[in-house]
Design a protein around this ligand. Structure first.
Ligand SMILES: C[S@@+](CC[C@H](N)C(=O)[O-])C[C@H]1O[C@@H](n2cnc3c(N)ncnc32)[C@H](O)[C@@H]1O
Ligand SMILES: C/C=C/c1ccc(O)c(OC)c1
Length: 410
């Protein structure tokens, strides 16, 4: 393309009527070789390279998790020097200078903080010595393996080759015929693994367990926030069915905060096999949400709807509507509670985070496209499936960071 423009510009320059000069300007703005100043070219290259290299940020963080850097700093109890950090890591001493480079990029990304400490306590040292000391940041506190909000399983699951490999196939996947039925279209994940995501989780315990642990970590964090910020949502309910509730972490947070709600975790039989409620008001049940959902005043769908396409989602929502209509709750309300992304809506208390949060939403959407037949929905896309399933109104609360809580009523 650029060559074609170059030739036409050369020709038009020799003619130079006013009319053609206008064309020339358009051609120049379209051409990447002629129009840009050095400054613009370097800016464009910087943007491109920064984007190309984003996986290096992910992998540097993965390395820190593999080594347990955050745990060593935390266990040290105070800011730590490189040599103290090395003593706590299972890294070969010959590689200390590599670790300092790893730390440099992670400090840049705000996963660790770095201070310069001036040594004055050694009489034998004549010149002052400055030592770099590392400490944790709020983001790296989520990487502590003993912490209650340990997010490392989520990181290891998302950066596992089982998840990253299908992304290499997206172009090829888009070129092949998906057929007329969107529900029957295979995903890049299936193209790579020969089976759907949930089947791999059932067949390969290593990945299945990693996935469930990843979900637990999120449910611990969001469970706490939901109870603190949106507790009113659960007032007046006698029973709650957490459909696709995994190993029950979210349900535990809810029954602890609301002892009067009877909560049942409903998930695939192999996921809830062997699980038992720790209190009288928590139970587990295996089943298929496309077949039948047991009755309850309210159904919780946390990170469920985005796993499925519109037709599948409407089927699940219809099953939910049946389940709440069959339950008893005199005077109390009945509803579906969805915790998921509403694309374009982010926590309005954190305006500064908006661009990053929306990027996170769009990344989740690409994940749902590569791994599952799912998608992230805008407000109007949500409305379409709610009404198609026979619900009449809904209310969105945007207080969960890049996610929202949606109450949907019959
Ligand atoms: C993304 S996870 C969300 C887990 C949990 N709600 C959370 O947010 O931590 C989706 C869950 O749906 C479950 N699931 C998938 N297909 C299902 C089906 N047909 N019936 C019931 N549960 C299903 C999976 O086993 C998984 O636990
Ligand atoms: C690699 C797959 C990740 C994934 C799959 C299903 C989900 O609902 C999800 O929500 C965070 C994440």
């Amino acid at each position: 393309m650029p060559h074609v423009f170059k030739i036409s510009i050369a020709r038009e320059e020799s003619i130079k009527t006013n009319h053609e000069t206008a064309y020339l300007q358009i051609h120049m703005s379209l051409s990447n070789e002629v129009g840009a100043t050095s400054h613009e070219l370097l800016g464009a290259q910087a943007q491109l390279w920064n984007h190309i290299f984003q996986f290096i940020n992910s992998m540097s963080l993965k390395c820190a998790v593999q080594l347990g850097i955050a745990d060593v700093i935390h266990n040290h109890g105070q800011p730590i020097s490189l040599s103290e950090l090395m003593a706590g890591l299972k890294v070969h001493p010959s590689k200390a200078h590599f670790v300092s480079r790893l730390m440099r990029i992670l400090v840049h990304s705000n996963f660790f903080a770095q201070h310069h400490h001036v040594h004055q306590d050694r009489a034998d040292v004549e010149e002052e010595e400055t030592v770099v000391l590392y400490s944790l940041t709020p983001a790296s506190r989520l990487l502590l393996k003993d912490g209650s909000l340990n997010t490392t399983p989520f990181l290891l699951m998302i950066l596992d080759p089982v998840v990253t490999t299908p992304f290499h196939l997206m172009g090829a996947w888009l070129k092949i015929n998906g057929g007329d039925d969107p529900a029957a279209t295979c995903t890049p994940f299936e193209m790579e693994n020969g089976m759907p995501f949930w089947e791999l989780g059932a067949r390969e315990p290593r990945f299945g367990n990693l996935f469930n642990e990843a979900m637990e970590a999120d449910s611990k964090l969001i469970g706490r926030v939901v109870v603190e910020e949106c507790g009113g949502v659960f007032e007046g309910l006698k029973s709650l069915m957490d459909v696709g509730g995994g190993s029950g972490t979210m349900a535990k947070a809810i029954v602890n905060a609301f002892p009067n709600i009877n909560c049942t975790v409903f998930d695939q039989p192999h996921v809830v096999a062997g699980l038992q409620g720790t209190t009288h008001n928590l139970g587990f049940m295996g089943g298929d949400m496309f077949e039948e959902i047991p009755p309850a005043n309210a159904i919780l769908l946390k990170w469920i709807m985005h796993d499925w396409n519109d037709a599948e989602s409407v089927t699940i929502l219809k099953k939910c509507r049946e389940a709440i209509s069959l339950s008893k709750n005199e005077g109390g309300n009945k509803k579906i509670i969805i915790i998921d992304i509403v694309v374009g809506y982010v926590d309005n208390k954190k305006k500064m985070m908006d661009k990053k949060s929306i990027e996170t939403q769009l990344m989740f959407d690409m994940l749902m496209m590569s791994i599952l037949p799912g998608k992230e929905r805008s407000k109007s896309e949500w409305e379409k499936i709610f009404f198609a399933a026979g619900f009449t109104h809904y209310n969105i609360t945007h207080t969960l960071g890049f996610r929202s809580l949606i109450e949907v009523y019959p």
